[in-house]
Design a binder for this molecule. Structure first.
Ligand SMILES: Cc1cc2nc3c(=O)[nH]c(=O)nc-3n(C[C@H](O)[C@H](O)[C@H](O)COP(=O)(O)O)c2cc1C
Length: 496
């Protein structure tokens, strides 16, 4: 690890004045991506030492980097936020300059691609991914190796690899962190996937709200092409693979894979029924592999470590809300929720108690504080009525009314519904109306019964994942926080 001063100039530290500090510096500074505990930002690092340049409460940002460093606070390497992480996907994030391919190459970028090309055995790569048990990090948790094998088996001489970088869940910024901090890991993961399934064309579908990630990816793609890690005859082999960026126009539903495909094709971003799945009929009708940013980000470390040392892998989370320390962290898969929220995040603000943790965004649910010992993995969270989702984790303290939260997420889904199918288009409107009625204390017990029944209708009858999972925040809060609903019923209402 380089011992020069590294300054985080990713989105969160930028919003706290990192660029002003960079410009005021009279010493060489390396720009890096996210260092983790964003709430302590702006953040800098020297060797293994992490420094918070955050001014004291109520004070302005220091006038120069020198002054900020003079008043900085060291965050110990033993701090649980740092110590309990296992950084595989984010290993180079905060270490390399995302704008400098030489730096990334010096830290091992493209070595796994080189090894894969030298071995020239695509099915061995797929076998490794399959044996690792890696599941998609975009939300649904589909086995990655199985998806790769399906695309690889399609009898077509033209195939496409797509990276889903739409990241639209409120409170989620894990994918942005990797793209801003270490874009070459993503590009390498995509190139390895393309080699494994036999694709020559790649797309990264990224939301327009991520201008810095877009800029850094564009630069990284150009640099990788110039060095022969993308383009024709990669690494001197017969494998060719190019990546184009496609910038979304801000629709949440375009993160759904069939809507995303339509959007890449230049059509309106609305979903269609599956089957056919993208693996058979994807971009321009070609067999298409779609994976999430973090899923691709797992590939180089998995191949570097091998299946055994990789173990159960990791999950990257963005921790926000009523928590003392927020930011991005990568922990071993199965880490208890309590460890993430209380030990690493410092728990609720002083004098407050944690009431719930929301995972999975508008498709997920709220976990009550009584279940904080749950290990965070796909199946444990599903059993609690929520999903792992892509990794947004929003902590709520005891000042939160869970009906309010349910109404917030339903309003989000109603706003983002593309309107193609009626259960989602009308159902989310009706669900929101019932929730508002409750919040205004005009609802009867019959309204509550109707709310629950309508949740099931919308979930069962909607065309795509947006409508199918939109009722989850309502159902999970009804399940774990029914008291919050009952308290809001009209006075005198009899409830079962
Ligand atoms: C409404 C909706 C939004 C979605 N948004 C995203 C997203 O922003 N990023 C993502 O990777 N997957 C998203 N997904 C899941 C994708 O459809 C798809 O399952 C995923 O990209 C597959 O990649 P994975 O197997 O690596 O998880 C969304 C799904 C739905 C229904």
């Amino acid at each position: 690890m380089s011992s020069c001063l590294r300054l985080c100039t990713a989105a969160s530290c930028r919003s706290r004045g990192a660029m002003a500090l960079l410009q005021s510096s009279d010493r060489p500074v390396k720009e890096v991506g996210c260092l983790g505990p964003c709430s302590e930002g702006p953040l800098a690092a020297e060797g293994a030492q992490l420094l918070s340049l955050k001014p004291a409460e109520g004070e302005p940002l220091a006038p120069s980097l020198g002054a900020a460093l003079a008043g900085s606070r060291a965050i110990s390497a033993d701090d649980p936020f740092l110590k309990l992480q296992r950084r595989l996907v984010l290993a180079r994030c905060g270490v390399v300059d995302p704008g400098c391919i030489d730096d990334a190459l010096a830290q091992g970028a493209y070595q796994q691609l080189q090894a894969v090309l030298a071995a020239n055995n695509p099915s061995a790569v797929i076998d490794t991914v399959r044996r690792s048990g890696l599941r998609g990090r975009g939300g649904a948790g589909y086995p990655t190796g199985l998806k790769w094998a399906t695309v690889a088996a399609m009898p077509s001489d033209q195939k496409v690899v797509v990276c889903n970088a739409d990241e639209g869940d409120p409170g989620a910024f894990m994918d942005r962190t990797l793209m801003e901090g270490d874009p070459h890991t993503l590009l390498e993961g995509m190139a390895i996937a393309a080699f494994a399934v036999g694709a020559a064309q790649g797309f990264i579908y990224i939301r327009a709200e991520y201008p810095l990630a877009i800029e850094r990816l564009r630069r990284a793609i150009a640099a990788a092409e110039a060095r022969g890690w993308l383009g024709t005859a990669i690494g001197g082999s017969r494998f060719s693979f190019g990546i184009e960026l496609r910038v979304g126009a801000g629709a949440y539903v375009c993160g759904e894979e069939t809507a995303l495909i339509h959007s890449i094709e230049g059509r309106r971003g609305v979903p269609r029924p599956r089957p056919p799945y993208p693996a058979e009929h994807g971009v321009f009708g070609l067999p298409t592999l779609i994976n999430n940013v973090e899923t691709f980000g797992n590939i180089p470390p998995l191949l570097r470590l091998g299946v055994e040392a990789y173990g159960a892998g990791t999950k990257v989370f963005s921790l926000t809300g009523h928590v003392q320390r927020s930011g991005v962290l990568e922990v071993p898969m199965g880490t208890p929720l309590r460890t993430i929220v209380e030990t690493m995040g410092g728990g609720a603000p002083p004098g407050r108690q944690i009431k719930a943790v929301q995972t999975g965004g508008p498709s997920g649910g709220c976990i009550p504080a009584s279940a904080l010992n749950t290990p965070v993995d796909y199946d444990s969270l599903k059993a609690l009525g929520t999903i792992m989702g892509s990794g947004g984790m929003v902590v709520m303290d005891d000042t939160t009314n869970m009906v309010d939260i349910a109404a917030f997420f339903i309003a989000f889904s109603r706003e983002e519904s593309c309107g193609k199918c009626i259960p989602c288009r009308s159902g989310t409107v009706q669900l929101e109306m019932l929730l508002r009625k409750l919040l205004e204390r005009r609802a009867s017990a019959a309204d509550l019964t109707q709310l629950e029944a309508l949740c099931h209708t919308v979930a069962d009858a909607s065309l795509c994942g947006l409508g199918q999972s939109a009722p989850k925040p309502v159902l999970s809060t009804l399940r774990h926080f029914r008291g919050d609903y009952l308290e809001l019923l009209e006075p005198g209402e009899v409830v079962r």
